[in-house]
Design a protein. Structure first.
Length: 290
C-alpha cells in the first residue's frame, strides 16, 4: 500500500482562552498516531473516523460522549452522524439518551436501517435491539468536562469530529456532540443534519463545530463540496468561503476537511478549535488556539 492518506480531528470550537488543553492535545496526538497507522496499513476511512470519534466520546475529555453536558432538564441528549463518501450512505441519531457511543448508533442507522436520521426513543430502541452498549446511570457515567464554564454560563460547545481520506481514495466524516450547554430539550444542532454539520462525498469530507443553528442555515458542510464542484475551488478556500457564510449569518465555529487529492484543512472563526492533522507526507500537527 503506498497511496496517499490524510486524517483530521477536532475536539470542538469552543475553547476558553487561558484554559489549559494539554490533556486534550495529548489525546488528539495519540489518536492521530493510531489513526494514521491504521490508514497507512490500509484501513478504510469509514472505520477510522468511527474509531477516532468513539475514542473521543469515551475519553470524557470533550463535551461529547462521556464528557457531555446535560440539557435544561438535566437529561443527556446526544447527537451524532457518520457519512461514507464512497457510497454517500449516511446515518445519524439525534436527542439520543442512554447509549454509550452515539457514533456507533449513527453507524447502526446507516448500515442496519433504510433511514438516515432517527431521533429520541426510536433511536434508543433500535440501539437496544442492535445490542449497543448502554449507560446505566447517566448521573454516574457523564462527567461534564467543564463545570467552571457551566457555572459562569458561557456558551460552551464541544463537538468532536474526524474526517479521513484512505489509500483507496475514499473519504468519510463522523461527528458526535452533546450540542450546546443548557440546550432546550429536543433541540438538534447541525451535527446530525447531513449536509450541515457532517458531509462526505467523492470530493471532500467535512465535520463542523460551532453554533449549530448557523451551520444548518448555511448548509455549511455540503457547501464546501458545492464550492469545489461548481466553483472549482481548492479545499482551503472552499472551507473558508463556507465559514465566512456562517459568519455572515452571525455564527461562530470551525470545520475540518480533507479532499480527494489529500489536502487537509482545519479553520475556525471562533477563539480556537482543538484540532489535529496528519497525512502520508509526514505532516503532524496538534493545536487549540491560533
Ligand atoms: N455544533 C454543535 C451543536 O450546535 C455544538 C458544537 O459544535 O460544539 O450542536
Amino acid at each position: 500500500m503506498a497511496g496517499k492518506w490524510a486524517l483530521v480531528l477536532h475536539g470542538g470550537a469552543g475553547p476558553i482562552f487561558g484554559q489549559d488543553y494539554a490533556a486534550q492535545e495529548k489525546h488528539l496526538a495519540g489518536l492521530l498516531k493510531e489513526g494514521g497507522q491504521r490508514l497507512a496499513s490500509g484501513d478504510a476511512a469509514l472505520d477510522v473516523v468511527e474509531a477516532m470519534v468513539a475514542a473521543m466520546e469515551d475519553s470524557g475529555l470533550y463535551l461529547a460522549g462521556r464528557g457531555a453536558a446535560p440539557n435544561l432538564n438535566g437529561d443527556y441528549e446526544l447527537d451524532a452522524a457518520i457519512m461514507d463518501g464512497r457510497t454517500r450512505n449516511a446515518g445519524a441519531v439525534g436527542a439520543l439518551q442512554g447509549v454509550l457511543s452515539p457514533i456507533a448508533a449513527a453507524r447502526m442507522v446507516m448500515e442496519r436501517t433504510p433511514n438516515v436520521l432517527i431521533v429520541g426513543e426510536g433511536a434508543r430502541r433500535l440501539a437496544d435491539a442492535a445490542g449497543l452498549a448502554t449507560v446505566d446511570d447517566p448521573e454516574v457515567y457523564y462527567k461534564p468536562i467543564d463545570e467552571r464554564t457551566r457555572q459562569v454560563g458561557a456558551p460552551e460547545m464541544g463537538t468532536v469530529g474526524a474526517v479521513a481520506l484512505d489509500q483507496y481514495g475514499d473519504m468519510s466524516a463522523a461527528t458526535s456532540t452533546a450540542g450546546i450547554m443548557n440546550k432546550t430539550p429536543g433541540r438538534l444542532g447541525d451535527t446530525p443534519v447531513i449536509g450541515a454539520g457532517t458531509w462526505a462525498d467523492e470530493r471532500c469530507a467535512i465535520s463542523c463545530t460551532g453554533l449549530g443553528e448557523y451551520f444548518i442555515r448555511a448548509n455549511a458542510a455540503a457547501d464546501v463540496s458545492a464550492r469545489i464542484r461548481y466553483g472549482g475551488a481548492r479545499l482551503e478556500p472552499a472551507v473558508q468561503g463556507a465559514l465566512d457564510d456562517v459568519k455572515r449569518l452571525g455564527g461562530e465555529g470551525g470545520m475540518i476537511a480533507v479532499s480527494a487529492s489529500g489536502e487537509m484543512s482545519a479553520l475556525f472563526n471562533s477563539g480556537g478549535m482543538k484540532r489535529g492533522l496528519t497525512d502520508s507526507s509526514g505532516r503532524f500537527e496538534v493545536a487549540t488556539f491560533l
